[in-house]
Design a protein around this ligand. Structure first.
Ligand code: HEC
Ligand code: HEC
Ligand code: HEC
Ligand code: HEC
Length: 172
């Protein structure tokens, strides 16, 4: 019994916390998602999330930077205090706020045995359950957004979840 409680506590510590640290190998990148979610990917390309890394380059958005006391001519693309929110998983090899920044790293849940059109059509409940078990976050909540949309951002605007969610939402 005591062992059981120990395992339960461990599981909660590992999987129950909002800030889970992932390893680089768990990410697949937005191009992988694009292969099957073309329409959603197309919409994402029109949003600031897809170009968030560009904003860190010198000469980009000079007015916004001046207002926020940032140097418009400075290159911030290697600045650790910027890339944590302007990349996916705090890594410049995954620039911008990609699919996996919100839906969690995809190596597990994008396996062909899970995200598979035929199988999903045949038994959506079973496939969804497998995807969730492999780490998929279907609808990231306000707390997830606020890991980046907070006062640590030099250009922070008060974050109204409902309104801002409407701007980025992508149904099939
Ligand atoms: C091999 C094709 C394939 C790849 C690659 C893929 N998906 Fe999917 N995904 C599907 C299919 C099929 C479904 C079933 C529902 C649908 O058609 O959208 C699905 C469903 C989903 C759902 C919704 C689950 C639900 O409850 O309806 C999310 C969220 C999702 N995928 C995110 C992603 C993300 C993020 C990536 C990249 C990391 C990705 N997918 C890569 C094929 C794929
Ligand atoms: C990994 C960090 C991160 C997460 C998580 C995140 N955002 Fe963002 N978001 C950003 C950054 C950075 C920008 C600014 C992009 C730019 O223009 O450089 C942004 C911009 C936006 C914008 C403006 C879009 C545009 O086209 O100009 C909206 C709306 C938004 N986010 C909503 C959300 C919502 C809603 C969530 C949660 C469901 C969320 N964000 C999660 C980092 C994040
Ligand atoms: C805590 C997360 C976070 C950090 C750290 C962060 N940003 Fe951002 N950044 C954001 C978010 C979120 C937005 C979107 C603002 C919004 O819509 O609320 C944003 C937007 C921007 C924009 C575009 C604003 C616009 O209106 O188009 C620029 C430029 C920018 N950030 C530069 C930087 C620079 C340079 C650094 C490092 C000195 C930095 N950011 C650090 C989260 C962050
Ligand atoms: C800023 C966070 C964020 C990013 C980035 C993001 N998503 Fe989503 N996604 C969401 C939210 C929130 C929902 C829930 C939508 C709803 O229920 O209205 C969602 C829903 C979905 C669904 C289910 C749609 C449905 O019809 O139910 C799929 C599939 C999906 N996202 C795929 C992707 C792919 C592929 C990318 C990258 C091109 C991506 N998402 C990028 C936040 C995000």
């Amino acid at each position: 019994m005591r062992k059981l409680i120990l395992y339960a506590t461990l599981a909660l510590a590992l999987f129950g916390l909002p800030f889970i640290a992932y390893t680089a190998e768990e990410y697949v990148g937005d191009k992988k998602c694009k292969a099957c979610h073309i329409k959603i990917h197309k919409k994402w390309l029109t949003l600031g999330h897809s170009t968030a890394f560009e904003s860190l380059k010198p000469g980009v958005k000079p007015e916004v930077k001046k207002k926020a006391n940032l140097d418009p001519q400075k290159d911030y693309t290697a600045d650790a205090s910027c890339i944590e929110c302007h990349t996916t998983g705090n890594d410049v090899t995954r620039p911008g706020v990609q699919c996996e920044a919100c839906h969690a790293p995809g190596k597990g849940y994008t396996q062909p045995t899970i995200m598979n059109k035929k199988k999903w059509k045949a038994d959506p409940d079973k496939q969804r359950k497998l995807a969730l078990e492999a780490g998929l976050v279907i609808a990231p909540d306000e707390a997830k957004c606020r890991t980046c949309h907070n006062e640590k951002s030099p250009t922070f605007k008060p974050f109204d979840f409902k309104a801002r969610y409407e701007e980025i939402k992508h149904k099939k």
